[in-house]
Design a protein around this ligand. Sequence first.
Ligand code: PMT
Length: 217
Amino acid sequence: QHPQILEGKHLLITAGPTREAIDPVRYLTNKSSGKMGYALAEQALALGADVTLVSGPVSIKALQGVNTITVESAEQMHQAVMENVDNADVFIGCAAVADYKPAELATQKIKKNNTTMAIELTRNPDILADVAKRSNRPFTVGFAAETNDVAKYAKGKLANKKLDMIAANDVSKPNQGFNTDDNALTVYWPEGECALTHGHKQQIARQLLELIHQQLK
Ligand code: PMT
């Protein structure tokens, strides 16, 4: 018996890493497990929301009752988000989207010839910024995964991308952030902030959704 505080709301959530192909057998990625984004989807569903989850490659079982769209690259994640953002009341960008991708995709496996090699990278689209730029946009929540100057960078992203809320995730500390069961966040919005102290990702997800609900009203 969860309070149905998100009943009638459509939440669009991204989760997990992206994979940026180098050649047919190699890619660039990061340590995101998808646990935080899936916890948000699970808790949003429990609070009565309609949930669409755009997920990068993870090894978490699909959530019953959540409309899950699986993607690999940042470009595919961008496209899936743009196709589903129109009827979303809330967007939460929890995915660890690769900022860069290889400038060229080799069609054949790259052979080892020299002692060093360089891969040129080019910028990926910024999904969160593109959602925030829309005229009729959902309540837009970003994450900021930082190893240093966490508050400063998070507040910078909140202001620069004109977000409604940002969850700062200090990923330099053990037992929180990437690929852990627990997390701790500091949440900022234009008129306030709130520390969600160390707890299971399901609990942190619930608290973040309650903050979103309060600010939505
Ligand atoms: O998946 P887990 O193992 O559970 O780990 C959870 C987490 C650490 C991945 C999560 O809590 C988190 O912090 N997610 C954001 C990771 C990240 O990429 O942060 P960033 O500071 O680089 O990006 C800022 C924001 O812009 C994020 O909302 C991100 O989704 C978004 N972004 C970034 C780049 C890009 N090209 N497009 C984006 O939309």
